[in-house]
Write a protein that binds this ligand. Structure first.
Ligand code: BES
Ligand code: MN
Ligand code: ZN
Length: 491
């Protein structure tokens, strides 16, 4: 799909404009001949600008558009950036359904919503909504129609278009690898993806393999990886476009390519969904891809511990005690609490090796997160209020919702072990998301850190609110969030 902007409506197959509730005009639409105008006015009355309603009006002379599509966006006071993103996605899907080659969307004027940001939402919504995971379907989805945005051209607008396309492509890249089935996506496959994106955009890429992981003391990754024939990998990507003495931001992502639970085997129901247990790592890959394409003038490191959690003759067991990269020991009481073990190694490595400004990690870490916050809000846990506030600010802008949970000493006490420095589970099911985060906190000595538990939001689940730009499957949650944070970093 190609995207461009035009000052005025050129000949288009479908001209789309937004309509506020009970409004008698299409936002930003210039005058048409009287016949068309009265048809538009009739449709405006019929659809009332109600959120999500569409009305399509054919134009007899087909000029300057074959059809006009009116898209209701509801009441002005309820209008958010997400409305424009979601409705733009619906429009794009409609254009594809009509088998169009191209369509045009009129950017709403500034007095309704900041025009620069609505141009971004139109692009994010359209691109993400047109992505479909059809790699394994014989019948492929229709080609995506091209998009023209009708808006006064300026340098700022063309810059916004470029940036938004890269951001949307980052999220789509994350979705497309996160959606891969576990037989087609092992830790080695993810490492290969990392190599490809690093080569394309001049990032450093280092893959640490099984033997070296063991030698270097990555006891968590080594233990969890033991049960599978598909060997564990630690993927490290470096984007170095900041000053050479400037501390980087480290991003860590859990990439369990399949989580059976190991010897503490999960029940069979919906176990297939554990192919999505690599989503945190895929999020980091998508962010790194976009960061490098945007050529952001900062240093960013992506660290992705990747394993397959399988039962088997060599698998780690409940009762084992493993030594993590930090030097601390962990008693394994449940092999299904594997994410924290591989993340702890990666977090300690990131802090020790890079002395970063901040560490942010993404992980489909706990089922408890879904119990606490459902399928539309991610949990965050942090050791640094300032950093947490920055991530919350970014979240408001990208409408990827997060909610902070507390991490006090009492929670740290809940993971104390009788026989090792800590245990890999808390006390029963109590505060499962926080006790997992407490385990991670022990891996970090002093660096500001935010942990994002994306268990509920990384892919569409039973209570996921429907969004055009999140078709069934992986959502790419976190990619837009962290790119916003990174773009606004003050150097
Ligand atoms: N990957 C799962 C968490 C998960 C479960 C995410 C369902 C999304 C949907 C994680 O590895 C896990 O199994 N966690 C256990 C921890 C428990 C054994 C302490 C859980 O949440 O049940
Ligand atoms: Mn697990
Ligand atoms: Zn897991």
């Amino acid at each position: 799909m190609k995207i461009k902007s035009e000052n005025s409506v050129k000949n288009t197959q479908l001209l789309c404009g937004f309509v506020l509730e009970n409004s008698n005009k299409v936002l930003g639409l210039k005058k048409f001949d009287s016949k068309t105008t009265s048809a538009i006015n009739q449709s405006l009355k019929d659809m009332e600008g109600k959120l999500g309603r569409f009305s399509i009006i054919p134009i007899p002379g087909k000029k300057p558009a074959h059809r006009i599509l009116l898209a209701g966006i509801g009441k002005k006071e309820n209008l958010t950036k997400d409305t424009i993103r979601n409705i733009s996605g619906k429009i794009a899907q409609k254009a594809r359904e009509l088998k169009l080659k191209e369509f045009s969307i009129i950017a709403p004027p500034n007095f309704v919503i900041d025009q620069i940001s609505s141009v971004s939402q139109i692009i994010e919504g359209s691109k993400m909504a047109l992505y479909k995971f059809d790699k394994f379907k014989s019948e492929k989805v229709e080609k995506s129609p091209d998009l023209t945005i009708v808006v006064s051209k300026s340098k700022k607008i063309s810059q916004t278009i470029k940036t938004s396309e890269i951001i949307a492509d980052g999220a789509i890249f994350t979705k497309s690898i996160a959606n891969l089935p576990p037989n087609e996506c092992t830790p080695t496959t993810l490492a290969d993806f990392a190599k490809v994106i690093s080569k394309k955009n001049n990032m450093k890429c280092n893959i640490i393999s099984k033997l070296e992981l063991k030698k270097k003391g990555f006891g968590g990754i080594t233990a969890v990886g033991k049960g599978s024939k598909n060997e564990p990998k630690l993927i490290v990507l470096e984007h170095n476009r900041g000053k050479s003495n400037e501390k980087p931001i480290v991003l860590v992502g859990k990439a369990v390519t399949f989580d059976t639970g190991g010897i503490s085997l999960k029940p069979g129901a919906a176990m297939d969904e554990m192919k999505f247990d690599k989503c945190g790592g895929c999020t980091v890959l998508g962010i790194m891809k976009a960061v490098s394409e945007l050529k952001l003038p900062i240093n960013v490191v992506g660290i992705i511990p990747s394993v397959e959690n399988m039962p088997g003759g060599e698998a780690y067991r409940p009762g084992d005690i493993v030594k993590l990269f930090s030097g601390k020991t962990a008693e394994i009481l449940n092999t299904d609490a594997e994410g924290r073990l591989i993340l702890a190694d990666a977090l300690s490595y990131g802090e020790k090796h890079y002395s970063p400004k901040a560490i942010i990690d993404f992980a489909t870490l706990t089922g408890a997160c879904i119990v606490a916050l459902g399928n539309n809000v991610a949990a965050i846990v942090s050791n640094d209020e300032k950093l947490a506030t920055k991530i919350k600010d970014a979240s408001k802008k990208t409408t990827e919702s997060i909610w902070e949970l507390p991490l006090t000493q009492d929670f740290m006490d809940m993971i104390k072990s009788e026989v090792a420095d800590m245990k890999n589970v808390g006390i029963g099911r109590a505060a499962g998301t926080i006790t997992a985060a407490a385990f991670l906190k022990n891996a970090i000595e002093k660096t500001p850190w935010v942990h994002v538990d994306i268990a509920g939001v990384a892919w569409t689940q039973t209570a996921t609110k429907e969004k055009s730009y999140n078709p069934k499957g992986a959502t790419g949650f976190g990619v837009r969030l962290i790119l916003d944070y990174l773009q606004n970093l003050k150097n």
